[in-house]
Design a protein around this ligand. Structure first.
Ligand code: ATP
Length: 272
């Protein structure tokens, strides 16, 4: 089996309620898997499980294998080695992921310093290469700028530079394009695609933008109330959705709702 990520029977309980129910899927190197579903369906909980960042009191069960290793059994010290190196992460709100007191160049360099054996001058050169790749240099952003001196889109570009710095095997992207203008969004996705092709990076992408998902994802997994109701190759899932919930989700997007947060869909009960 070629899978980079093998999720089997992943369930997550919060102290109050079950959040995810026996999710199973695989992700191969170089592939993009999109997870879609209404607000509250558990997409971010899945992303946080994959990064070992579940809130206190949340209990994951099952198997989350990355390159064969079950992440759910790892101590925090080993998670710290994986995050930023094998696992890259980008989120919707970049300000919460950036240190407001450190310059952008230094924060990108930190990732390289932590996870590579590059020399000081190689790190400086590579930081500039990354800033160029994500379009920060072209936008006139200096490596000496602080996060508050950047626009939201520029901060997101800086976060992507940090996430891609160590050429991760898997990128978790949780609604990271939501606040971006269409041009920046396409630039960012193009860079992500370049990494999937050049470095065989796999991507688990969470998005409410079904146009973006259709254009960029290879596979799609549909979540409803923490349960996977349908998953499959993007073209067939969009062209011939089988599950009534998927049909309803996609028909909402046809009516122009793809770029807005989902409103509640008609209640559909998943058969036991
Ligand atoms: N820190 C938390 N404490 C308690 N419950 C939480 C917490 N975070 C999320 N939940 C609950 O877990 C469920 C799934 O939330 P989650 O954020 O994973 O959904 P989502 O699909 O990512 O939603 P959205 O699209 O709005 O980001 C919801 O019922 C939510 O209330």
């Amino acid at each position: 089996m070629n899978s980079l990520l093998h999720v089997r029977d992943l369930s997550v309980h919060s102290p109050a309620q079950p959040i995810l129910h026996a999710l199973s899927f695989t992700l191969e190197p170089g592939r993009i898997l999109a997870v879609i579903g209404e607000s509250g369906s558990g997409k971010s909980t899945l992303a946080l499980s994959l990064m070992g960042l579940l809130p206190p009191g949340f209990q994951p069960r099952g198997e989350l294998r990355l390159n064969g290793q079950n992440l759910l059994t790892l101590p925090e010290s080993q998670w710290c080695q994986i995050r930023g190196k094998t696992l890259g992460m980008v989120f919707q709100e970049p300000m919460s992921a950036l240190n407001p007191t450190r310059r952008i160049g230094a924060q990108i360099a930190d990732t390289l310093r932590l996870h590579t054996t590059l020399t000081r001058s190689e790190i400086r050169d590579q930081t500039l290469v990354l800033m160029k790749q994500v379009g920060l240099l072209k936008a006139g952003v200096s490596e000496r700028a602080y996060p508050h001196q950047l626009s939201g889109g520029q901060r997101q570009r800086a976060l992507l530079a940090m996430a891609l710095a160590c050429k991760p095997a898997l990128l978790i992207a949780d609604e990271f394009t939501t606040a971006l203008d269409p041009r920046t969004c396409e630039d960012m996705m193009a860079l992500v695609r370049q990494h999937t092709e050049a470095h065989r990076m796999a991507v688990l992408m969470i998005s409410h933008d079904l146009g973006l998902v259709r254009h960029h994802a290879d596979h799609v997994l549909v979540l409803k109330d923490g349960t996977c109701v349908e998953q499959g190759p993007t073209a067939s899932l969009f062209d011939t959705p089988v599950h009534p919930y998927t049909q309803a989700l996609l028909s909402m997007s046809l009516h122009g709702a793809a770029h807005a947060p989902f409103t509640r869909l008609p209640v559909y009960t998943v058969p036991a």
